[in-house]
Design a protein around this ligand. Structure first.
Ligand SMILES: [Zn+2]
Length: 77
């Protein structure tokens, strides 16, 4: 399993805000509680943001689905 760190801060502020708000916490069993201290990383070709739940401080992970604006350029593997 390889994990590659990415820079969350290069994303547009709007995007960052959305990812920080749209969360799912396994501890609280609630959506959109928000997260802090976000870290972005790539694992097995998928991108995730990991942070801490604003309510309980537990680990929150969100998968990022990229490439929405590249639909004409899709390649199949
Ligand atoms: Zn929580």
């Amino acid at each position: 399993m390889s994990r590659e760190e990415r820079d969350f801060n290069i994303r547009p502020e709007e995007e960052r805000q959305a990812f920080l708000e749209q969360t799912w916490c396994n501890e609280c069993m609630e959506v959109d509680l928000g997260m802090k201290n976000p870290k972005e990383y790539e694992e097995n070709g998928r991108v995730f943001i990991e942070g801490e739940c604003l309510k309980c401080g537990g680990t929150v992970v969100t998968e990022i689905v990229d490439g929405v604006d590249e639909e004409e350029d899709m390649e199949e593997f």
